[in-house]
Design a protein around this ligand. Structure first.
Ligand code: IPM
Ligand code: MN
Length: 352
């Protein structure tokens, strides 16, 4: 198969971790006889510096003409403490999601043998936890009307959802539940928010179409607690954009490090694969960041964008082997035993 991949490393540790994902992709393509072609695009702060736009049209065209997008991270501290900055790196990520119509963000949470000790939660709580968070990605407060009034002294962001937006993400969630353990948890704040009441109404209407799926409804504050009290309760969790952003950062610590959590964003056009950890500017250029989330995002790319399950599995097995062998970066290693980002990438690629 010929794979046309848009490579968008972005900012911070993005380039370092994406480079390791590329090594894994190349190794898999050699092993299984695929041809791969990368096209580089600017996104985030590096795109602002060069084009004054966090998601330039040129990058959008590259994505539209590719089969998958391999994404690093965006963000730069020089924008974080400047509330009046006219353009921000994060706008690049929001624009790419919106323009590619990526309404669903899939964030699987798994535990690795040998890493349960690294979780801040008790071993018996996390051992065997395995669930999929499905976060709505192009609606809600992120994209609703926002602004200032009263001379800038009042600010607002609107959480808005249409039936169509809710239906398509819930349909996906029911379908994933059917392929997994048939247990779906719909997370909302229906006791307070009107938009949540629409989500719950639509989910209840859809339930009869999936009689085998057991559906629970959970308020988001309770879900935040259950995630750490009893992570094994969950199979598929679906929620709106902002709740999903917050809950998936929380869920990432179940596996032991945020550097392990991969994601796929799917929807109307080219799917995008990115680690959930962000740009981690303190580590940028130091060759210390964990590349596993980016490498597992590449595994998701093979599975979700190309339907190449064996290829994805080859990456997953190599990652599991690296963890078992203790070939890990400093977030997971014992004192003095850490490997560099590139050394972990080399280890995994050569194992593949
Ligand atoms: C994420 C990130 C982004 C988000 C930021 C960088 C805009 O935190 O992908 O979870 O809030 O969606
Ligand atoms: Mn986030």
């Amino acid at each position: 198969m010929k794979l046309r991949i848009a490579k968008l490393p972005g900012d911070g540790i993005g380039p370092e971790v994406v480079e390791q994902a590329v090594k894994a992709v190349d190794a898999v393509c050699r092993k299984f006889g695929h041809e791969v072609e990368y096209t580089f695009g600017y996104v985030g702060a590096c795109a602002i510096d060069r084009f004054g736009n966090a998601y330039p049209e040129e990058t959008h065209n590259i994505c539209m003409n590719s089969d998958a997008v391999l994404f690093g991270a965006v963000g730069d501290p020089k924008y974080d403490n400047n509330p009046t900055a006219p353009v921000r790196p994060e706008q690049g990520l929001l624009a790419i999601r919106k323009q590619l119509g990526l309404y669903a963000n899939l964030r699987p949470v798994e535990t690795f043998k040998g890493l349960v000790e690294k979780s801040p939660l008790k071993k018996e709580l996390v051992d065997g936890a395995d669930f999929l968070c499905i976060r709505e990605l192009t609606g809600g407060m992120y994209f609703g009307e926002k602004g200032r009034k009263d001379n800038g002294d009042t600010a607002y962001d609107t959480c808005i959802y249409s039936r169509n937006e809710v239906e398509r993400i819930l349909k996906l969630a029911f379908e994933y539940a059917m392929r997994r353990r048939k247990h779906l948890t719909v997370v909302d704040k229906a006791n307070v928010l009107e938009s949540s009441r629409l989500w719950r109404q639509v989910a209840k209407e859809m339930e009869p179409q999936y009689p085998e799926v057991q559906v629970d409804y959970m308020f988001v504050d309770n879900a935040a607690m259950q995630l750490i009290r009893c992570p094994k309760f969950f199979d598929v969790m679906v929620t709106e954009n902002t709740f999903g952003d917050i809950l998936t950062d929380e869920a990432s610590c179940i596996s032991g490090s945020m550097g392990l959590l991969a994601s796929a964003s799917v929807g109307a056009h080219t799917s995008l694969f990115e680690p959930i950890h962000g740009s981690y500017p303190q580590a940028a250029g130091k060759n210390i960041a964990n590349p596993v989330a980016a490498i597992l995002s590449a595994a998701m790319m093979f599975e979700y964008a190309f339907g190449l399950m064996e290829e994805g599995k080859a990456i997953r097995e190599a990652v599991a082997a690296s963890i078992e062998a203790g070939a890990v970066t400093e977030d997971l290693a014992g004192d003095g035993k850490a490997l560099s980002t590139s050394a972990v990438g080399d280890w995994i690629a050569s194992r593949i």
